[in-house]
Design a protein. Structure first.
Length: 152
């Protein structure tokens, strides 16, 4: 069964695999919703959640599976050590055999639409009800598109 963090890492793998499969079939992919990941320092106020440490591993896993190194650099996204080798195999819960997936990039080359349009702007989508308004906020609701969608 595992922890909620184990489930989250497995979900990243499955969602990435689905996105890659759809692109292989010629579709442009749009992911939109509460992904519960603040990608980098711009997306958390007053700072990013770092405890428990697994949050940092989840963030790095998400950023490296859904964005290119250039996209992560532009967004100042956290890409620390990826947990996939330690916590969960990259092909766990995947519907596609690892041998055929190894033939292509193991990353969905996504574009964070808000970051693409607003660069270093700080805007947030989550405010905890237990804290004073504006004391703690995160941008965890994201819209991510296939790279080619932006030019269509």
């Amino acid at each position: 069964m595992g922890t909620r963090h184990d489930f989250k890492l497995a979900f990243h793998n499955r969602l990435r695999d689905e996105c890659l499969e759809l692109e292989d079939r010629g579709f442009h992919v749009i992911i939109a919703g509460d992904l519960n990941i603040a990608r980098g320092p711009l997306d958390g106020y007053p700072n990013l959640r770092t405890w428990p440490a697994q949050h940092c591993l989840n963030r790095a896993d998400f950023n490296t599976k859904f964005f290119s190194p250039e996209e992560n650099e532009r967004a100042d996204a956290y890409v620390g050590p990826s947990p996939s080798k330690r916590a969960i195999p990259d092909n766990a819960d995947s519907t596609e055999p690892r041998s055929s997936r190894a033939q292509r990039a193991d990353r969905f080359d996504g574009v964070d639409v808000f970051r693409a349009l607003h660069d270093g702007e700080r805007k947030y989508t989550y405010y905890p009800r237990t804290r004073e308004w504006g004391a703690s906020c995160d941008r965890v609701d994201l819209i991510i598109t296939s790279r080619g969608t932006r030019t269509q």
